[in-house]
Design a protein around this ligand. Sequence first.
Ligand code: ASP
Length: 430
Amino acid sequence: MKPTNESILVFKFGGASVKSAAAIDNVIDILKLYADRKIVVVVSAMGKTTNQLESLFDAALNQEKDLFISRKEALHAFHIEIVKALFSDDVYETIKNKINLVFDEIIDFYNEKSDKSRGQRYDSFVSFGEHLSSMILQFKIRQDLNKSLWSDARKLIKTDDQFQRANVDWPKSIALIKNHCQEELDLNRIIVTQGFISSNALEETTTLGREGSDYSAGIFAHALDAESVTIWKDVPGMLNADPKFFENTQKLDRISFREAIELSYYGASVIHPKTLKPLQNKQIPLYVKSFMNPKDEGTTIDVDTSNDHMIPSFIFKKNQVLFSITPKDFSFLIEANLSDIFLKLSKAKAEINIMQNSALSFSFLVDHNASKINSIIEQLSPSYEVKYNTDLELVTVRHYDQKTNEFVCKGKKILLHQRTRRTARFVLGS
Ligand code: ASP
């Protein structure tokens, strides 16, 4: 067991926790509660910046100049307004100049002619969001707490070339993170770094997938053998259902890594599904806590499985498309056909949320994404009759009982359902 004062805490602050000057002040208050600890802060882009960068990116690729300019100006003004409220005049001038330089790069992107792939250009472009937020937060920490270091996550998390969903090179990343952070933390500096972004062997920016900042926090914690990771959220912890759809949600006080992986895999959006493995492998607990009430307990995710079955959890995935395919030559869906189907689905980069087969038909559910639907049809239609239904929802109930199943399906048409001992899943239409 490491002595507590030597142990490292990894804090992940998401977009909502840094979406305004008041929110950033609140982050400082949270850090003050952990004044004598060694802390690595992993921060996301502010508010909805990544979505806004995505739409700017599209406007640039489509060369829609007016749209690009108006969106860029709105995003620029959003960041400037925050720093104006946060800093005294002289510091404000310095940081404003730095922000302006980032927005100059954003403008350059509009005019740039590039033969790089769309994915590669996307990763470089959306990384501006985390660049800005981490820079602003680090300035603020330096001003108010007087000890911090801005660290470029791209120099620490190394990946392959799979842009937009890069795979981590663990040995390299662990060595780089340890080497860089340990020494700085020993000097009692709070390290401020970016979630979501990384780089390949050629130092080109890659990203770990949307909402990937949680995963970055997991990578840092794993590499540093941290004491714990805390994800600071706008909810009191991990809930048994999304409060957007449910009135009477309950907080899960303590669940196991395994349960949390299942819940996030099925679509519970509180934690990025990849976050848990690096933590589980080193048995590093994960706390999900409210940034509004930082002293409250939140949810603890660790090795303890004893509370996993306490309450049913509901996970809703909207906007689903259910495909049903039948071999044109009426051959059975035996192994050869199944492997052919999977090969074609993987060529179409389809991500399957649920699947089921009978003698002649294979059904599978995917998120609605127009271009993926087209590639799925393109791949499968030469050999299979392809039918599909849109506008469906997938409901997963962990630790179900008859009453909860009836409740979620009430008034809906069940197009497909599956049950295991712990999990019931329904594909529902209206
Ligand atoms: N900013 C990125 C996104 O919105 C990563 C993250 O917030 O986790 O997807």
